[in-house]
Ligand binder design. Sequence first.
Ligand SMILES: [Zn+2]
Length: 506
Amino acid sequence: MTRKIDIFDTTLRDGEQSPGASMNTEEKLVIAREMLRLNVDVIEAGFPISSPGDFESVRKISELVGYDAVVCALTRAIEKDIVVAADALQFAKRPRIHTGIGVSESHMRDKLRLTPDQTVERAVEAVTCAKKYVDDVQFYAEDAGRSDYAFLARIIQAVVDAGATVVNIPDTTGYSLPEEFGRRIKHLVDNVNGIEGVTIAVHCHNDLGMATALAMAGVANGARQIECTINGLGERAGNTAMEEVVMAIKMHEAELDAHTDINTREFVKASRLVSSITGMNVQANKAIVGANAFAHSSGIHQDGVLKKRDTYEIIDPADVGAGASQIVLTARSGHAALKHRLEELGYEFEPEKLDELYEAFLNLADKKKEVYDEDLESLVNERDREADALYTLEGVQISCGFPLTPTATLTVRNPEGQSITVCDWGTGPVDAVYKAVNQVIGTENDLMEYSVQSVTRGIDALGEVTVRVKAASGEIYTGRGADGDIIVSSTKAYLNALNRLISDRR
Ligand SMILES: [Zn+2]
């Protein structure tokens, strides 16, 4: 049997730190359920001291997960952080506190203003403190990728002696080269007493496009836990993508002496789910889960694959859950069929909410005939967005064409329950309707990005619009909207982003 590599998912913590990717507790629970279906070993559920929302998410996810995975909460090496994290984890069956401190010269000197001795002392205090609340304590050596080898070994030795069960060696800035990063891990394996009794973890960033390569170098040199996210979501250029490292290990089990317990057939679904919830689209040429990951367009390649798949394809698309969308439901499908399919997709609803969804589903099925999984996900997300909206769309009408002036008439219900109707014009229909929205909401913002994607194939497909809006404060908000009519989706997406902006400000 090869070494078991633990998969530590941080989509809900590091992933959420991508600009504009913030999620509410409900959305995090949906992703946590998907993590259980993927069979991850550890879910990093949040950073409890950072906000009441994060605290609540860690608590709710702890209840949801039970014994099925370790639930981890992040802290700084500060007692108050640790106490709050322990409190958030109180219902977790397998709780882990993830505490740590910067260990590179620049982190110690410029950020923490601590000497190396003081840094070691703080690290040991943090681990000792966390040990009072939970047995399973993971220590992170922030910016380890740029730290001094001897100092890194010294601080890791100190926290191992203090009882850390996992030591996480992050390349926080994505600076390292794979071979060098591997040597760094090997140096710890060779120089820290008792390291064989703890798990070495790697947490890598993609600033040079090497997050996956770095994690693999870690595994080849003794790491037994990889921290990663779905779609490689994360700070700046993102983290190691789970689907990439897991498939790389699967392709090379024997030479790496490694395997994971991940259910890889969930990858495409997980990717779509995370993208749809966070509004972060996946590029078509993304490894494993991109729309083109298994598309062969050159004649020579097509010929080869038709003769024998593995001439140009190393992965069977079915192994990662890729392939043609399945028609699941039609207007003749009953309430029970919808409930069943939604459950298979990971959604559970109260009967009342399910009735509402059934109505919306029938509406869609009437227009669209064949309803795919992607349509259902889009429908559910749309209902969620509407449920906590401050401003909701009541109607929109556009006239446009050549040589007309695009004009929009818009009716929006405000938080006080009044319907407001305005009209405006612009260079195109979207411009016209967004100007009308601005008349109603009147909050200063900058539209940074606008994109439309069809949810499935076919000319009757739902169009999903993603917008990114920058508030006067500099904060970025993502909005999404889906409808058969892209002007309606565009309006919903813009309202969704502004609703988030306004509720944040409140
Ligand atoms: Zn990170």
